[in-house]
Design a protein around this ligand. Structure first.
Ligand code: FE2
Ligand code: FE2
Length: 260
């Protein structure tokens, strides 16, 4: 089976682009499922219910989030009730929302996804390795194919977490830094890995934000809102071919597309 994972969707225009391309991508790339990290959908931080509905109506199978998961409180009832979306698994136990997402595809294959946050250069989170072990145990009887979203800043931390996951899941794919890395591979025990799969959104800026505002903040040391950039819309992600009978990967192929 072929699964496309799209990296951090930045802003409403990028949500619209994902929604408008989903059907075509599914057909062109013979996809069985599309998973999206939507942590930056709501003007760059968080996800709102109308965007969740637009993505799922467009056929997006599962949605992951990241360190911005709870920026929009109105998403909480959906996080608590809809099995197709999850907040990061290593947040505080009292944090609202499910810690994994799960769907049964038309083929009968049960696809699960969960996110762990890194702890290097990021806000405090619980141990991602312990969270991974806990989730894998929980998912063992529930899922045939598992995608782990490694939402972290440091490349070494992502590689370390991926090595821990090798041979245990189909794919360990990095998000959060918004820049795709050139290291897509199948690790020795059969798990597909890429340090970062990139972002979906405006690339004429700094990680999706307007260059001028980010530059002013850098030069003056004063904080100000950073509006989203607008130009050079692109979708970035990775397509993994997974074998549901083993739960491991057969191939990995980075995906990139410019808006027409
Ligand atoms: Fe992000
Ligand atoms: Fe993030």
């Amino acid at each position: 089976m072929r699964i496309l994972f799209l990296g951090d969707v930045v802003g409403g225009a990028a949500i619209d682009l994902v929604v408008c391309r989903a059907k075509v991508l599914r057909a062109t790339h013979q996809l069985d499922a599309i998973v999206v990290n939507a942590e930056n959908a709501a003007a760059g931080s968080g996800l709102v219910p109308s965007q969740f509905r637009a993505l799922t109506l467009a056929g997006i199978d599962l949605i992951t989030l990241g360190d911005h998961a709870l920026r929009k409180r109105e998403i909480v009832p959906i996080l608590e009730s809809d099995p197709r979306i999850c907040r990061p698994a290593n947040l505080a136990p009292q944090c609202p929302g499910r810690n994994f997402a799960l769907v049964t595809l038309p083929s009968g294959v049960r696809l699960a996804a969960f996110t762990v946050l890194g702890r290097t250069f990021m806000k405090p989170a619980e141990c991602p390795i312990e969270a991974i072990d806990r989730l894998l145990q929980q998912l063992q009887p529930l899922a045939d194919v598992v995608l782990v979203d490694l939402h972290a800043e440091a490349t070494a931390e992502k590689q370390l977490l991926a090595r821990h996951l090798d041979g245990k899941v189909a794919m360990a794919l990095g998000t959060h830094t918004h820049v795709p890395t050139a290291d897509a591979c199948i690790m020795p025990k059969g798990t597909a890995f890429q340090t970062d799969i990139g972002m979906c959104g405006p690339h004429d800026g700094v990680l999706g934000r307007q260059t001028e505002a980010v530059m002013r903040s850098a030069r003056t040391g004063m904080t100000e809102p950073w509006p989203l950039a607008t130009g050079d819309m692109r979708l970035h992600g990775t397509i993994v071919e997974a074998d549901p009978s083993t739960g491991l990967a057969r191939s990995i192929e980075p995906f990139s597309e410019r808006a027409p």
